[in-house]
Design a protein around this ligand. Sequence first.
Ligand code: PMP
Length: 457
Amino acid sequence: MKDTRNLPKDVLEKWDDQYVWHPFTPHSVYRDEHPLTVVAGEGHYLIDADGERYLDAVGSIWCNLFGHRRDELDQAVREQLDHIAHSTLLGNTNDRPVILAKRLLEWAPDNLGKVFYSDNGSTSVEIAMKMALQFWQQQGDESQRRRTKFMGLANAYSGDTIGAVSIGGIDLFHSRFGPMIFETVRGPSPVTYHRPEGMSRRETEEKFVADFDKVIDEYGEELAAVVIEPGMQGAGGMVTYPDGFLKHAARKIRDAGSLLIVDEVAMGMGRSGQMFACQREGVDPDFLCVAKGLTGGYVPVAATLTTNRIYEAFLGPPEEGRTFFHGHTYTGNALGCAAGLATLDIFENENILDEVSRKESLLASRLEPLWDHPHVGDIRQYGLASGVELMADPERREAFDGARRIGMQVCTAARDKGVFLRPLGDVIVFMPPLTITDDEIDHLVAAVEYGIDKVLQ
Ligand code: PMP
């Protein structure tokens, strides 16, 4: 094998510019914003080609739970290589995905009984939507077969495949694809910070819930399912919901006879202090979508969990056509499922969830002083996930001109302090590994403060 390790950073950068098209990246400014060229990782740190180390404060886009090169995960993947890397789940099985399904269901809400694998968050949601539609199509009662619509909230994000884009509600990401996306029923936005003049946060929250109810009242009988990101809308800017919203929504959706899909891609796998955020709210969903952290951030494996009620509607002689015709080549990949099993072992062995709850409070207390910063407009947190929204003038609710890319500048500045962050517009995102230490939390918050001051003095 050709040795391509230890290439000089400038060579890698040149080839990167020449050959690679990056996701969610405006290439005209990419190089000027000093992207990392990662060649290794160790614990909670990324190691750049020039040897510099950076705290991975967004867990490599929200999937890394326990740091890089975790012994147990490395070993699980290496050990699996001595057996098999991958075999198909289409009409066959493999021991790793079988065992992972059983163990995942032990952690999931009790009403869930089946696991359908795929390989990323978008597909895990899209699969839930397709299952819901087909479930209703296969009902004897004609009025149920009319349930063909999907409802998503404004400002929602469930990924980039067309079903996920259709249910999403972020114009910046989704409007370009208008001609290819299908119509969905749009619920209200839970954003309360950017609210109409003269309305309190409380009133905005109440209006959000009332508007949600109104949409369900209007479309309830036509809805195949409603998709909600529990706990927090992630990509929409780390936006929290009014207390008790998910529980309320679940009841409302059930009363309307529809189905609830919880998109746990960002908040599942321990981020909330429970394995799944819907458990923190005491909600039993009809579908639970999980990806990102499912393998500790090692291998792309996703899963759509559902109930036996849904599954049973797909049974019958093959010629009746009730089969769920969906599957990907790498569905249930054995290397990934081995990493998934090791991930669950770590949750079991290390009291991760209690520690997340403790660190949720610690992060909140460390972020508290930032409220006094003249450019911090809002701080939102759910579990070990937080967003700090920067504003030109918080008092007058004036945002920065987007062209200034202030959020990105602040994150780039935080690199001076050895911290890697990626913002959402002018929202600085905190999604650290769940095992981040108390000292690293202090360091992270200090680096963000430094970055804000450096850019906005
Ligand atoms: N749902 C949510 C809530 C997400 O945050 C994301 C990704 N950030 C997705 C779905 C899509 O996941 P993926 O990028 O793995 O397709």
